[in-house]
Design a protein around this ligand. Sequence first.
Ligand code: 13P
Ligand code: SF4
Length: 324
Amino acid sequence: MAEVFARSAALYDRVKRVIPPIEWPVFAGDIEAILDLKRQRNAVILAHNYQTPEIFHCVADIVGDSLALARKAMTVEADVIVLAGVHFMAETAKLLNPDKTVLIPDAQAGCSLADSITAADVRLLRQRYPGVPIVTYVNTSAAVKAESDICCTSGNAKAIVEALGVPQVIMLPDEYLAQNIAAQTAVKIIAWKGHCEVHERFSPADIRQLREDHPGVTVLAHPECPPEVVAEADFSGSTAAMSDYVGQKKPARVVLMTECSMSDNVAVDHPDVEFIRPCNLCPHMKRITLGNIREALQQNRHVVSIDPGIAGRARLAVERMLAI
Ligand code: 13P
Ligand code: SF4
């Protein structure tokens, strides 16, 4: 035990506020092996803000929100990309790096938003609203992206909708994100009825209770939360925007209305901020572990591949977004 701590002291020091010492020996062996495998395979690990701290802070090379991961995926020079996140994120990385090997440690790491809509649904919407541009959240399959005009993330949705210069757009598939953006723009938005199973569970009553229990708390909410929740919050933005808010404004007490690991990951860099931690777990994000990242690198699995019949059109929708 003492030997494990001695070998990984610098890494443990970084996460000691969010990982109890009793858990560290369980993680340390996998972390060492993964760092080794990355060198052997010339691999990088991209990790979303919802990954657990031992992944986010100890093995990832690039971290961020969906937008940052997509942008940074374009600049990766390694041969292998391991996407510690959910399947649509791995597909986006593959779309932008068709010649690289992209691995997702658990192929079942899905997303309730991506599951809420099919390519056939998008084709029907196009028939129903001819000429209205289709803006598709990156939380969708490549097949759905291929039927869309342009993608967006929670970090750029307003800018994308407004950049199109049209009075009306269709925005898929997150109804609440669409409603939250509609409240900030003159562009009329036609929404779909998809919801994030993590964020739809927060309510305005939760926020009122938090304010009563923790006077002075600053409430930040992800825009996948229902509009009534966003209305009660002090700020709403993507996972990266919430993290930046904490870094820049340094609230004395904060609560992030989002996935559980987010607070742990942000807290590591802000020991002076008190984090109140009600949160909802994303069961899909939590499928990714150090153990299956290690296996992914050892056994080259699960390789992400995209049907060539849809990859070109899906890539175009992502690239149009990145160009704005
Ligand atoms: P961000 O783009 O804000 O990181 O959100 C992705 C996501 O899946 C949120 O639930
Ligand atoms: Fe999908 Fe919600 Fe999980 Fe994000 S938190 S991956 S939107 S289910």
